[in-house]
Ligand binder design. Sequence first.
Ligand SMILES: Nc1ncnc2c1ncn2[C@@H]1O[C@H](COP(=O)(O)OP(=O)(O)O)[C@@H](O)[C@H]1O
Ligand SMILES: [Mg+2]
Length: 356
Amino acid sequence: MLTQKTPKPLRWQRSKYSPLTRQIDVFSAAGTFLFYLWWDRLWGNNASATKQKRAKWLIQTMLDLGPTFIKIGQALSTRADILPLEYVAELEKLQDKVPPFSADRAVAIIESELGNSLFSLYREFNERPLAAASLGQVHRAKLHTGEQVIVKVQRPGLKELFDLDMQAVRRVMRFCQRSFAWARLYDLDAIYNEFFMILYQEIDYIKEGKNADRFRDNFDNYSGIIVPKVYWEYTTHKVLTLEYLPGIKVDDRKTLQACGVDIKRVNQLGICCYLKQILQDGFFQADPHPGNIAVSSNGSLIFYDFGMMAEIKALAKDQMIRSFFAVMRKDVDVVIDTLIDIGLVEPMSDMTPCGA
Ligand SMILES: Nc1ncnc2c1ncn2[C@@H]1O[C@H](COP(=O)(O)OP(=O)(O)O)[C@@H](O)[C@H]1O
Ligand SMILES: [Mg+2]
């Protein structure tokens, strides 16, 4: 029945991967990249084509190293403030390049997690994945009750891989902190701790389902925001079953226009939705890339992914509201004060805005 060809497993997909081999792989990738940077600097090779070539190499290496590094790349893809644009443009492509795992593997996980055969669980199950992301893969299915659902199956062995990568990344980080002054400019320890905390949270689909329920409750009376229903009886830590809600990719301008969707209204809806999440609910979707939010044919926003949610404490929320109104009043001093209070900006001796 399942005829999909199994792709050749990458190193991280094999069951036996010793901590030492992993560390060698991670160190050689980081070392090669640092060498490229050093080499380009030495020869003053600052051309855009060179940066693009290095960025392409980096993307392929991250894909080969697997989920942890794909996630690091995806997080960096939004940081046009710290990375050259050539890197940002390549890193954005990471989203669509993650290879799927075999349907046989996905079915085996579903059956073992839900404790029943695929045939007893679903009337129909599409073995061809609808989407493959860094941590999971999504299949369409139909329940015996006739409801259309998507089944998100977690990539096998993620917890074990993260355990290995925590050690490997810490070693690379320590090496950079000891060897390079630039690495000491950032609070790498805090970034490292936060990154891995979120990563472990993202592989708990029960938590993700609860987040979806909470988010849906927050937007109960808002018809423009749609959150798929969670089918709890078909959900475990590694399998998440949601109502199937097809949509148009939020950045697919052509299709949106062809369907007569008012793009300006969708933008406003997105802004209001985020302001409510941050300033009112203090609970927001912290990974708003185009794969995670779609637009329905009537212009509503559909949220798909609740793996990375953040909470804002009441105090920070008050300060954000203060800073929001200060921005509206163009009151620079209050904006800077509140950003310092929240910890987003480091106080300096001269805090006058550039050009003032
Ligand atoms: N409820 C849904 N209905 C329709 N498509 C969905 C649904 N949930 C996810 N998808 C599709 O699967 C893709 C990946 O889902 P997502 O939840 O973002 O997975 P991941 O957590 O692995 O990133 C989405 O970009 C979307 O195309
Ligand atoms: Mg996603």
